[in-house]
Ligand binder design. Structure first.
Ligand code: IPM
Ligand code: MG
Length: 365
């Protein structure tokens, strides 16, 4: 029997509502497999700041340290509410980035995937997406502009200035490239390397390392694409992509665009993998405007559970079952009000009911 300690960080906004659905799914998986999940809930984000004075409280750090892995909901408040929190304790800077840094979760997997049964959600025309969309964005998650030195000041004339540094060393680049090549090996063996080497010297070094690593994966075809051109190509012909790799900031932006071509970031789970610890979270935010209304779709949160089972727990079959169960709910014509922006009419149900339907399908698989 395998035992996993899972830190459960439901977070802010819609986080707790969608996390509840993820836990229902985990419960089924536990009941019918030789596995035990020890769930360790902890507060994280703005809610933690208001209750403990810190967005990533010491107690939560201790729980995450002890856990084998971490399941995270969403964090963040609306603009007005977040003004009540000092800048360094706002959930993004005070909780999320420190979490990534502490566990060195450098490999962020963001599947831009829309199976045929969900393809009506995409704003792209059917002749552009064909039978769906399916590629993987691999984003470096603990380097670049996000974590480089930052400084601001005022010059002698009173003019304000800022320095923000894009930092990478070759080791950081090499390890994410290995992840990307290995992922490409498991898929279609085509890797798009996304960069901006016509301007950025960081991309020049990045591409040098690509040249060095590529010979270790002779079966993988590397395709070079500038980040701006990649943004266009994702809209015009997403089918050409299978695995894309890029640095942190490019990945932040292009993965949101990935959510856009799916029809919603609510359709994008994610995995953040480090050498020792990993965490799993939906790619979307906390949607404070719809929090507490039981209308958020749990797809990305439950999908993050599926990624966890597949990527670090050897429960690939259950992972597949979860994807299948979620697709079956959509195939029956159900959706949640936050995912209603489509020409196809859906039967609208709440977050809880959607979770229950996933569970019902899962039980039957
Ligand atoms: C994401 C988010 C975060 C990021 C924010 C919340 C700091 O946009 O996970 O993509 O920029 O990485
Ligand atoms: Mg983002």
């Amino acid at each position: 029997m395998k035992n996993y300690k899972i830190a459960v960080l439901a977070g802010d906004g819609i986080g707790p509502e969608i996390m509840n659905q993820a836990l229902k799914v985990l419960d089924i998986v536990e009941k019918r497999n030789d596995v035990r999940f020890e769930l360790m809930p902890a507060s994280f984000g703005a809610c933690a700041y208001f209750s403990d004075g810190k967005a990533f409280p010491d107690e939560t750090i201790a729980i995450c340290d002890e856990a084998d892995t971490i399941l995270k909901g969403t964090i963040g408040l609306g603009h007005e509410e977040s003004q009540k929190i000092p800048v360094d304790e706002r959930p993004e800077r005070g909780a999320l980035l420190p979490l990534r840094k502490r566990y060195n979760t450098y490999a962020n997997f963001r599947p831009v995937s829309l199976p045929p049964v969900l393809s009506h959600f995409s704003p792209l025309k059917p002749n552009v997406i064909g039978r769906g969309i399916d590629f993987m964005i691999i984003r470096e998650l603990v380097g670049g502009l996000y974590f480089g030195a930052k400084k601001r000041g005022v010059d002698k004339d009173g003019k304000r200035w800022v320095h923000e540094t894009l930092e990478y060393d070759e080791e950081q680049i090499r390890r994410i490239l290995h992840v990307a090549f290995q992922t490409a090996m498991k898929r279609k063996k085509v890797l798009h390397n996304v960069h901006k080497s016509n301007v950025l010297v960081s991309s020049v070094l990045w591409n040098e390392i690509v040249e060095e690593v590529a010979p270790e994966y002779p079966d993988v075809t590397v395709k070079q694409v500038l980040v701006d051109a990649a943004a266009t190509a994702m809209c015009l012909n997403p089918g050409q992509f299978d695995v894309m790799v890029m640095e942190n900031m490019f990945g932040d932006i292009l993965s949101d665009q990935g959510g856009g071509i799916l029809g919603s970031l609510g359709l994008m789970p994610s995995a953040c993998i480090g050498d020792k610890k990993s965490y799993f979270e939906p790619s979307h935010g906390s949607a404070p405007d719809i929090a507490g209304q039981n209308i958020a779709n749990p797809y990305a949160m439950v999908g993050s559970v599926a990624m966890m089972l597949d990527m670090i727990m050897d429960l690939e079959q259950e992972s597949k079952n979860i994807w299948k169960a979620m697709q079956s709910v959509f195939a029956e014509g159900f959706s949640t009000p936050d995912l209603s922006n489509t020409d196809v009419e859906s039967k609208m149900i709440g977050t809880d009911a959607f979770g229950d339907k996933i569970v019902a399908h899962l039980k039957n698989i």
